[in-house]
Design a protein around this ligand. Structure first.
Ligand code: NAD
Ligand code: UDP
Length: 338
């Protein structure tokens, strides 16, 4: 099988949700690699501060826009990241979360179809729900509650995946679907509510570390730099004809839509994360136990055999190193007093 990469050719790239945690790192990396970046965001959970250092870059453009509304742009690639990712934020206005996922996907797929752009959907491990199979392989269809508090996000992301594959089958749109597992690092919001940022903020203030449930539930944490590398590898991965051989009068498909799991295959209990954060930050915090939220998945760990095989990708940054970098960021940027 042939494998071609076109990433080094400069492109005009739209990043929806570009002012968020993952989107700001992705925008930064794409600019660094010589691309033009159109960063689209409505600042629901993202902030201009995340991209303030990019604003004067000649190849960076900021578009204040809600992805549920259609937009006309000329672009080569689209990364569709717009969607609140933290449970407290996606449950704040669940109906809007569904709209962001469904209308946002429709709008970005419609745009990709019109301008023949390649489009990536930032899907999630949440499509597996509370999984009965470990680790989770892409072939697993999941165990999702369709009417629970997490459903607006889980089912919204599942419909988005369906739309992506229907646009591929029906309209030959060049799609890529990545299922992102828990990712952490600098630029997570201090009030984001996700476990790593919560524990770090609590530890730095010597406040109690709040474990929901008994802390035996697991997640697998991927440092942001590894995740960005994986997303770019997937977007760039092509099989089939070389760039010169392609017939541009017909829709061109990169030949590898996914879905593909991206995440760290090292499973860690939430209690272990709490202890690690306390240890690294030298905190005096005590660990306390609170009620487990509804439908909180008990175990989560990606099988990344496909990512290793097709993309030659796997995470390299250890939890210890990643947590140290994230703690440094919070100490420097979030005005934490110790
Ligand atoms: P984030 O909340 O930091 O970023 C989301 C961005 O989307 C924010 O900048 C927000 O303002 C923007 N946004 C929200 N609604 C919008 C709308 N209607 N129009 C335009 N912009 C809108 O979250 P993140 O962690 O950076 O996640 C980015 C994407 O990756 C999301 O789609 C999320 O579902 C997915 N994902 C993230 C993780 C993770 O662990 N971080 C895991 C799985 C999937
Ligand atoms: N969690 C916790 N304390 C917190 C925040 C989260 O124990 O202060 C738990 C949460 O119940 C879940 C895990 O940590 O079991 C990961 O939660 P997060 O919201 O980061 O991500 P998700 O549940 O979407 O994977």
């Amino acid at each position: 099988m042939y494998r071609y990469r076109t990433y080094s050719e400069p492109k005009r790239i739209l990043v929806t949700g570009g002012a968020g945690f993952i989107g700001s790192h992705l925008s930064e990396r794409l600019l660094k690699d010589g691309h033009e970046v159109l960063c689209l965001d409505n600042y629901f959970t993202g902030t201009k501060k995340n991209i303030s250092h990019l604003l004067t870059h000649p190849h960076f453009e900021l578009i204040t826009h809600d992805v549920t509304q259609s937009i006309l742009l000329e672009v080569d690639w689209i990364f569709n990241l717009a969607c609140p990712a933290s449970p407290i934020h996606y449950q704040y206005n669940p109906v809007k979360t569904i709209k962001v996922n469904v209308l946002g996907a429709l709008n970005m797929l419609g745009l990709a179809k019109r301008v023949r752009a390649r489009v990536m959907q930032a899907s999630t491990s949440e499509v597996y729900g509370d999984p009965e199979i470990h680790p989770q392989k892409e072939e697993y269809w999941g165990n999702v509650n369709p009417i629970g508090k997490r459903s607006c996000y889980d089912e919204g992301k599942r419909v988005a995946e369906t739309l992506f594959f229907d646009y591929l089958r029906q309209n030959n749109v060049d799609i890529k679907v990545v299922r992102i597992f828990n990712t952490y690092g600098p630029r997570m919001r201090p009030d984001d509510g996700r476990v790593v940022s919560n524990f770090i903020i609590q530890a730095l203030h010597n406040k109690p570390i709040t474990i929901y449930g008994d802390g035996t539930q697991t997640r697998s944490f991927c440092y942001i730099d590894d995740m960005i590398e994986g997303m770019i590898h997937m977007m760039d991965y092509e099989t089939g004809k070389s760039v010169r051989e392609r017939n541009y009068t017909k829709p061109y498909l990169s030949g590898f839509p996914g879905p593909i799991n991206l995440g760290n295959p090292k499973e860690t209990s939430i209690l272990a994360i709490a202890e690690e954060v306390v240890k690294i930050s030298g905190s005096k915090s005590k660990i306390i136990f609170e009620e487990l939220p509804e439908d909180d998945p008990k175990r989560r760990c990606p099988d990344i055999t496909k990512a290793r095989h097709y993309l030659d990708w796997q995470p390299h940054i250890s939890l210890d190193k990643g947590l140290k970098k994230t703690i440094e960021y919070f100490l420097k940027n979030v005005g934490v007093k110790t």
